[in-house]
Design a protein around this ligand. Structure first.
Ligand SMILES: CC(C)(COP(=O)(O)OP(=O)(O)OC[C@H]1O[C@@H](n2cnc3c(N)ncnc32)[C@H](O)[C@@H]1OP(=O)(O)O)[C@@H](O)C(=O)NCCC(=O)NCCS
Length: 325
């Protein structure tokens, strides 16, 4: 049997290699079990720098850089003798006080189910939440392989913690039905970074500027290999204020379009702005060649209302280690 080795992540070369691994394996499963390329880009180039500086009220970048390094240090890579990646374990929120800290993500190769247990074990050892002394992982209801390993390792189903995998075909032609005074733009037209940081914060219900992304975080996002300013949309109102925002990501090999993030300013909700923004996103994705958009863990009522359909559910499983860990 070929030897597979676990090694540390090397930022200079591995970001792109893992990204390619995710892209090549995305369609190898009957239904996706790994992250799409958008989540990998977004975790490293936005969530990490944003979480690092969130709440600090500073434009000093050192906390963001430390969070990126912390995220990178925790990534584990399994490689075969030929030097090919066959598995990855990682976190999403590099902040030990974050409510989702302790979540294990494993990215797998369809030919190597035997690595599941080792990857989970790696997550338990390295990603444990120090406050709750527990780890958790989302498992799709149809993913028997992972479900068996999770149960075997003593995880328990968390009541009422689930996420839905939804999908929409991308086939419609965009029709502009925006309410009067509103218009859609992209960051390619005008790179309004500080206002884009503000509308990100406000649309996720953070009125306090200290909780908005720093300029540095947004600059990082714009350096993500799969980010394109043409795919970064915002809506302005009649006073040219930014009131809604969305970014799409295109996976050329799998012909999928992904969305991360989407939000509308609380004072402008209920006017179909997010729905209209999605129409603009679909039109762009159609142009690029995407045929569908999968979403897991979004705000379901909105997506169902605009035509997404439910594919399956994933549930959260938790393992507690108690005081004797
Ligand atoms: C979800 C969100 C983007 C919706 O923005 P919006 O501009 O108000 O949405 P729209 O007006 O285009 O809504 C279109 C339809 O979605 C449904 N919908 C939107 N918000 C809803 C809510 N809070 N509850 C139930 N249904 C909702 C409605 O059917 C609505 O049509 P209707 O107004 O005719 O009933 C906005 O509430 C938001 O930014 N939330 C916080 C960030 C977030 O959750 N982003 C999405 C996470 S993936």
């Amino acid at each position: 049997m070929k030897e597979i080795k676990l090694r540390k992540y090397s930022p200079e070369t591995d970001f792109r290699r893992v990204r390619d691994f995710l892209q090549q394996n995305y369609s190898a499963f009957a239904a996706p079990v790994n992250w799409g390329i958008e989540r990998w880009n977004y975790a490293r180039y936005f969530i990490a720098p944003y979480l690092g500086s969130c709440g600090l009220n500073t434009q000093d970048n050192s906390a963001s850089i430390a969070a990126i390094r912390f995220w990178e240090e925790l990534v584990g890579i399994w490689e075969n003798e030929a030097g090919e990646i066959v598995g990855v374990a990682n976190i999403e929120h590099p902040d030990k006080k974050h409510r989702d800290y302790g979540e294990i993500f494993i990215q797998r190769h369809s030919h190597h189910p035997e690595l599941l247990e080792e990857m989970l074990q790696y997550g338990e050892k390295n990603f444990l939440n120090p406050l709750t002394k527990s780890c958790h992982i989302f498992v799709y209801e149809d993913d028997d392989l992972l479900l068996n390993v999770v149960k075997k390792r003593g995880y328990r189903l968390r009541e009422k913690v689930s996420a839905t995998h939804l999908e929409s075909e991308i086939e419609e032609n965009y029709q502009d039905n925006l309410p009067q005074g509103y218009s859609v733009h992209t960051m390619q037209e005008n790179n309004r970074i500080s206002e884009r940081c503000e509308i990100f914060g406000r649309s996720f219900n953070h009125p306090d500027p200290k909780d908005w992304p720093s300029i540095y975080s947004y600059q990082q996002l714009q350096q993500a290999p799969d980010y394109d300013r043409k795919n970064d949309f915002y809506i302005t109102d009649e006073n040219d204020n930014l009131v809604a925002q969305a970014i799409i990501w295109f996976d050329e090999i799998n012909k999928t379009g992904h969305l991360e993030p989407l939000g509308t300013h609380p004072e402008h909700r209920g006017k179909k702005l997010a729905q209209e923004l999605m129409q603009a996103c679909f039109a762009r994705l159609q142009q690029l060649g995407a045929t569908k958009m999968p979403i897991t863990g979004g705000f379901d009522p909105f997506y169902l209302a605009i035509g997404f359909r439910k594919i399956r559910t994933c549930y959260s499983w938790q393992k507690s280690f108690g005081d004797d860990y």
